[in-house]
Design a binder for this molecule. Structure first.
Ligand SMILES: [Zn+2]
Length: 231
């Protein structure tokens, strides 16, 4: 499999291209375009989130813990004193960063249900829901950000598959075929959970029609995206 640096570098490069094409072809403003690039980069490490003691897992639960602690503190500002708020923030952080992470790794297997195309779809749909419901982004932008996460995940899975071919000896390693799978047929309980979360996500997600409408505004003169300079 490819290492963390290769994943983050490739996904960031793919994200830069995606954001540029979206800015040019769909006239996306700069701020959301940056979000598209960042989402693709995060998507590039998400499938390895279930790898215990890995950088993706540490980073995700650190950020998640900090976000939940801050949100929890902000919600209770009128009721609690500063000291109480700090204590609440610390407790929430420890619960998410250590307890939730330990629980998560107890129930996940590396390269299991989350290392699949089905999980990539789940991550993308989940991102669209978060963007729309909690960050108040428009439906079309939310779906574009979700697509960025899916693109990042797909880049990750393809990279892992490429790395399972030993080019020097031109032979295929045993891990070939285990990275880029539609769904994890070896672990159905996990895969069923992935499908269930995706269905609930699709039900909560913003309307896809807004996304399709946005895609229809694509500039048909695509050559002009690449050759905008008049010589
Ligand atoms: Zn991987």
């Amino acid at each position: 499999m490819a290492d963390f640096n290769t994943h983050i570098f490739t996904a960031t490069a793919v994200g830069a291209v995606y954001a540029t094409v979206a800015t040019k072809g769909l006239s996306i403003p700069t701020a959301p375009a940056l979000l598209l690039a960042a989402a693709t980069a995060v998507g590039g490490i998400l499938p390895d989130i279930d790898l215990k003691a890995s950088t993706p897992s540490r980073a995700l639960f650190l950020v998640l813990g900090a976000m939940i602690a801050i949100l929890g503190m902000l919600q209770h500002v009128p009721r609690f004193s500063v000291l109480e708020l700090l204590a609440l923030g610390a407790i929430l952080f420890v619960v998410v960063r250590f307890l939730l992470r330990a629980l998560f790794h107890k129930f996940t297997v590396h390269r299991g249900s989350l290392h699949s195309l089905a999980a990539s779809l789940m991550f993308g749909v989940g991102t669209a829901v978060l963007c729309h419901r909690y960050w108040q982004q428009d439906a079309d932008i939310s779906w574009l950000v979700g697509t960025g996460v899916m693109l990042g995940c797909l880049t990750h899975l393809i990279l892992d598959e490429i790395y399972s071919v030993d080019f020097t000896g031109a032979r295929v390693k045993r891990s070939f075929g285990s990275a880029l799978k539609v769904i994890d047929t070896a672990r159905w309980p996990g895969s069923a959970a992935v499908i269930a979360v995706t269905i609930v996500g699709l039900w909560m997600a913003p309307p896809v029609s807004a996304f399709v409408k946005r895609l229809q505004t694509i500039d048909p003169n695509w050559q002009s995206w690449f050759l905008a300079l008049d010589f």
